[in-house]
Write a protein that binds this ligand. Structure first.
Ligand SMILES: Nc1ncnc2c1ncn2[C@@H]1O[C@H](COP(=O)(O)OP(=O)(O)O)[C@@H](O)[C@H]1O
Ligand SMILES: [Mg+2]
Length: 265
């Protein structure tokens, strides 16, 4: 079970094809990372999963997306959300005029078990011990790292089965990135949560994942387990900064290298 995309094409505005025959599996209880440079098609993949393509005049034109055996291809966002797929959008979109506490409660709005909400808050504070002190603060004034904690906390309040994160490390200091991914890894293990993480920050993301995919130009160009990715020569050279790349002399190779190097973020 879990999530699977098979041979998915996505077209925007009826003419711009962005995803080409994308195959991707996120098995239950695993953390899968989707890597790729700017414009590779990562966010488009996530929008296709959570039903958010329509707002951008996009559509899945071929292939199938299944979640727990159910076809959710081109489904509507509210229905997909109710099936337990919760996405934290890129760009830290907190409700900036509301307090931290109000933001967290928004995450629980779709739930009927209101008594459990308090217990869930306590659980989330266990992962993000800084949050309780921030409850009355206006969300718009938080630091980048605090906002990201709030957004993940808010997503957890919806009790997702599949948590989708779009570049949570964007703009955070390296030390915070590492801490954030460690916490995400801990949440995954302790809650048995399934996670699909989109990142340009390859090193920290690979370290926490069970399996990973690399996307380029709307296609999956490489995939493998954490160990396979860490031992893959392309990944080592292009993402993890191992030596060897300096020996490339042809312009094409260097250009290729530089282009790919950006995947590391
Ligand atoms: N609404 C849209 N209409 C047309 N093209 C789009 C739209 N959104 C994204 N694209 C294009 O699709 C490609 C992939 O974008 P995106 O999925 O955002 O990549 P990533 O998240 O990997 O940076 C880019 O070339 C981008 O310009
Ligand atoms: Mg993106």
């Amino acid at each position: 079970m879990g999530l699977s995309l098979s041979n998915v094409d996505v077209v925007y505005g009826g003419v711009i094809q962005v995803l080409r025959s994308t195959n991707l599996e996120v098995p239950d209880g695993q953390m899968v990372v989707l890597l790729g440079s700017n414009g590779a098609g990562k966010t488009t993949t996530l929008r296709a999963i959570s039903g958010l393509l329509h707002a951008d005049l996009g559509e899945v034109t071929a292939g199938r997306i299944l979640f727990d055996g159910e076809d959710i291809t081109n489904g509507d966002p509210a229905t997909i959300f109710r099936k337990g797929i919760v996405q934290v959008l890129e760009g830290r979109k907190v409700l900036e005029h509301l307090t931290v506490e109000q933001n967290l409660m928004v995450g629980a709005h779709a739930r009927s078990d209101h008594r459990a909400v308090k217990t869930d808050l306590e659980r989330i504070f266990g992962y993000f011990p800084r949050l309780p002190a921030l409850l009355r603060r206006t969300a718009g004034y938080l630091s980048g790292g605090e906002m990201q904690m709030l957004l993940i906390g808010r997503a957890l309040m919806a009790r997702p089965k599949l948590l989708i994160l779009d570049e949570p490390s964007m703009g955070l200091a390296p030390i915070l990135v590492e801490q954030l991914f460690e916490i995400i890894g801990r949440i995954k293990r302790e809650e048995g949560l399934t996670v699909l993480l989109v990142e340009q920050n390859a090193r920290a993301a690979i370290a926490q994942c069970d399996y990973g995919y690399v996307m380029d130009g709307g296609r999956i160009v490489l995939h493998g387990s954490r160990e396979q990715l860490e031992n893959n020569q392309d990944v080592q050279e292009f993402y993890l900064g191992f030596s060897g790349a300096e020996e490339r002399t042809s312009f094409r190779d260097i250009k290729h290298y530089r282009r790919r190097k950006r995947w590391l973020g």
